[in-house]
Design a protein around this ligand. Structure first.
Ligand code: AHM
Ligand code: MG
Length: 337
């Protein structure tokens, strides 16, 4: 079965404009915001492709708020998004993985009603080795007058849009405004994203799992038993599952969206909340996976219903095909019985 479908010639701009018609009373501000964001994505995509040539690969001397070394390309992607969105007139406030504090709009610029949370370049450890990296974003409506921390601490179900760009063998842009998930591929020769997969649906069950299994001995017994179970030979349930792990969360989740299966980043004995960040990684991804008919939890609770206290907080994350995630939850629920 071909995963990619291209029976019509629809550009991302046309698609975004058509989506606006589905929301009665839309002012065009949201549409404008998406146009601006995809402009930033085009610039980042170009710069990722030229990274080796431009000598922007490699570490800076800085560390980010999580104490990790920041690569120059991360900073560049971060600045590109901030500069474009601060000038868009559509933003009230933003939060980025690379900034300790929220990002406001300067006094002399127009403010809008939307809140943007993003990870400018996910998969930092893969930048230097030419492996797929991506940008993740979530969009909310502001709930304060001026745009402040409260706006970026909304629960994930309040998102009015979410998506990602993937800088892989081609540049892919995937987004949802709460009416299904649509996927586009960038054609650099004409400068347009073209629709390749409309209303993406994740398979209900699959035979892939994606996890950093090097951490096995640090996991809880339920998590260990689940992964052991996936490896038992059983033809009827499609086991053993196939393991795939790129180490760029957004690339692993892109594959999960198309092929199904389960992506896991659990807590472990050193990291009680796992590694991934709730606000600008887990929530946008959970929104997309649910829109595609899948399931996203922290092992017990729906990711989209968690209430962030800090916009850099982490959460365990399990997402993918509904039946695979339900099976995992069964193992976790039974671990202390
Ligand atoms: P980053 O946002 O600094 O790139 O870190 C998040 C990344 C995810 O893309 C990926 O799922 C995870 O870290 C991989 O972590 P690990 O190396 O522990 O397997
Ligand atoms: Mg990340």
């Amino acid at each position: 079965m071909a995963i990619i479908k291209t029976d019509q010639l629809v550009t991302l701009d046309n698609h975004i404009n058509n989506e606006e018609f589905k929301h009665p009373g839309a002012s065009g501000e949201f549409t404008g915001l998406l146009h601006n964001l995809t402009f930033a994505i085009k610039i980042i995509s170009r710069d990722v492709r030229r990274a080796g040539l431009n000598d922007v690969l490699g570490m800076t001397e800085d560390t980010n708020v999580h104490g990790e070394q920041v690569k120059r390309l991360d900073e560049h992607a971060n600045e590109t998004i901030i500069r474009i969105m601060q000038n868009s007139g559509r933003i009230a406030v933003m939060a980025s993985e690379e900034n300790e504090e929220i990002i406001t709009v300067p006094e002399n610029r127009k403010r809008g009603k939307y809140v943007l949370v993003f990870d400018p370049l996910d998969g930092s450890s893969n930048i230097d080795v030419n492996v797929t990296i991506g940008t993740i974003f979530g969009i909310y409506k502001k709930i304060t007058d001026t745009g402040g921390v409260e706006d970026v601490l909304q629960s994930g179900y309040e998102q009015v849009g979410a998506g990602y760009a993937l800088y892989g063998s081609s540049t892919i842009f995937t987004y949802s405004t709460g009416k299904g998930v649509n996927m586009f591929a960038y054609d650099p020769t004409v400068g347009e994203f073209l629709l390749i997969n409309e209303n993406v649906q994740i398979p209900q069950k699959s035979t892939y799992y994606s996890v950093n299994e090097g951490n096995y001995n640090k996991w809880s017994s339920g998590m260990q038993s689940f992964v052991d179970y996936l490896k038992i030979i059983d033809k009827d349930s499609g086991r053993p599952y196939t393991q795939r792990y790129i180490g760029t969360g957004i690339a692993d989740i892109h594959r999960t969206l198309l092929y199904g299966g389960i992506f896991l980043y659990p807590s472990d004995m050193n990291h009680k909340n796992g590694k991934l960040r709730l606000v600008y990684e887990a929530n946008p991804l959970a929104f997309l996976i649910e829109q595609a008919g899948g399931r996203a939890t922290d092992g017990k609770n729906r990711i989209l219903e968690l209430k962030p206290k800090n916009f850099h907080e982490r959460t365990p994350l399990f997402l993918g095909s509904i039946n695979d995630v339900l099976k995992l939850e069964e193992f976790l629920a039974n671990e202390n019985k």
